[in-house]
Design a binder for this molecule. Structure first.
Ligand SMILES: Cc1cc2nc3c(=O)[nH]c(=O)nc-3n(C[C@H](O)[C@H](O)[C@H](O)COP(=O)(O)OP(=O)(O)OC[C@H]3O[C@@H](n4cnc5c(N)ncnc54)[C@H](O)[C@@H]3O)c2cc1C
Length: 386
């Protein structure tokens, strides 16, 4: 184990490896990624892999449009697949229509030219099995899609390595040594690594690592589930199922989502924020299986939304953790009291799709103290919670 690196990135999920990749692209060679387990073994490997730009603010669309283009390039250049099956975000509340139409205008400004507003009959054309009687429209991104989070993580890590980074798996960061308000070293399970900068990209464990410096990160891990199912043969759709999402960002109601998976399977989940009585999970001790109750809940919702898919035969399923902040936006910022300590955490169930942009932003923050990828980092600042 080396005893020095300029920058130590803690966490080998999509965020950590994207940061390492961006830093090495910018010319920093002695970047060290520490992953206590294996790459993508945290939330990343348990993600549904959806990549999309159907969001409502300039900031959210900017980072997603940037990342979508980055994933397209990776798919062009490597073995990774990025099926661009489309993404349909349903408009359930007519009062939201202007917000949905504005999303299309924002996306155009960020170069997403094919996104469009669909009226209910058009929604039914894109997803023929959908019941649209209570749907008021949708925003639709034909270029959106999904990718295998494990493969993408490996590719970003490989690229960082090729550019000089070292990626150690099976090595845990135990604490960050600070002296005189500055980062000096990371104490690891394999010894001390002196460094000038540390990036906390530890996913569901990020709050614990931050707590070791006395910082209470407003983010906590909550268990969320995904199932993969096969519709009965006679109901197998003869069209590509895009991701269909009932949940609307900013809404407190859980929403069912699903997308085609391979030739004849459907991946389904419930996207939800923190429930009123919900307790955070311990990332070292939670059930990674799926619960039968979730299958029933999803099936009930599908009875109404897509009856053809409600009689599902489950072939796989799992649980992972969303690390959720109070406003469900991530925290990408410098530590309030320690120079050389950067935080990239709290991705609230949507961090895979913005990995590439977060990588660039953090690299810019580390190297220049600012970024021009977005005009303003206040939506992801730590101080917004003060
Ligand atoms: C069921 C589910 C479905 C999802 N679907 C989507 C989706 O469709 N699209 C989307 O964009 N997002 C989705 N997400 C969210 C997405 O998976 C996360 O936001 C994203 O993967 C966060 O990446 P990360 O790198 O921050 O965290 P992680 O992937 O958890 O990586 C953190 C890594 O840090 C390591 N680590 C922690 N502490 C230490 C330490 N002290 N020393 C060394 N290593 C350490 C961990 O082992 C882990 O590998 C989903 C999440 C879940 C659970």
């Amino acid at each position: 184990m080396q005893d020095h690196a300029s920058i130590v990135v803690v966490g080998g999920g999509i965020i950590g490896v994207s940061i390492a990749n961006a830093l090495t692209k910018a010319g920093v060679e002695d970047v060290l990624v520490l992953e206590k387990d294996s790459l993508a073994s945290g939330s990343t490997g348990r993600s549904a892999g959806v990549i999309e730009t159907q969001y409502f603010t300039d900031f959210d669309v900017a980072i997603r449009a940037y990342s979508l283009r980055a994933f397209e390039r990776v798919a062009d250049e490597t073995r990774a697949e990025f099926p661009q099956v489309g993404y349909v975000r349903l408009l359930m509340d007519p009062d939201d229509e202007e917000r949905f139409r504005e999303s299309i205008r924002i996306q155009r400004r960020h170069g997403v030219d094919d996104a469009r507003f669909l009226d209910p009959s058009e929604v039914a054309t894109v997803v023929p099995d959908l019941n649209v009687e209570d749907v008021h429209g949708a925003i639709y991104g034909p270029s959106d899609g999904y990718a295998d989070p494990y493969t993408m993580t490996q590719i970003f890590a490989e690229r960082a390595r090729t550019n000089g980074a070292t990626v150690h798996t099976g090595v845990a960061a135990e604490s960050v040594a600070v002296d005189d308000g500055e980062v000096r070293a990371v104490e690891t399970s394999e010894g001390r690594v002196e460094c000038e900068t540390v990036v906390n990209a530890a996913g569901p464990w990020a709050p614990r690592l931050a707590a070791q410096t006395g910082l209470e990160l407003p983010a906590a891990p909550y268990r969320r589930q995904v199932i993969v199912a096969e519709p009965p043969e006679e109901d197998a759709p003869d069209y590509t199922i895009p991701t269909v999402m009932e949940y609307v960002p900013g809404g407190s109601k859980a929403g069912v989502y699903f997308r085609g998976e391979g030739a004849n399977q459907v991946l389904l989940g419930l996207h939800q924020e923190v429930g009123t009585d919900e307790e955070p999970s311990d990332p070292d001790r939670y059930s990674t299986d799926y619960d039968e109750s979730v299958v029933l809940e999803i099936s009930d919702l599908l009875d109404h939304r897509a009856p053809a898919f409600s009689d599902l035969s489950v072939v796989n399923g799992w649980s992972g953790l969303y690390t959720i902040t109070p406003d469900t936006q991530p925290i990408i910022d410098t530590h309030p009291s320690i120079d050389g300590y950067v935080l990239a955490a709290g991705f609230s169930g949507k961090g895979f799709q913005i990995g590439p942009a977060v990588g660039e932003i953090v690299s810019d923050l580390v190297l220049d103290g600012e970024t021009d990828l977005v005009p303003d980092l206040s939506p992801v600042s730590l101080s917004r919670f003060e």
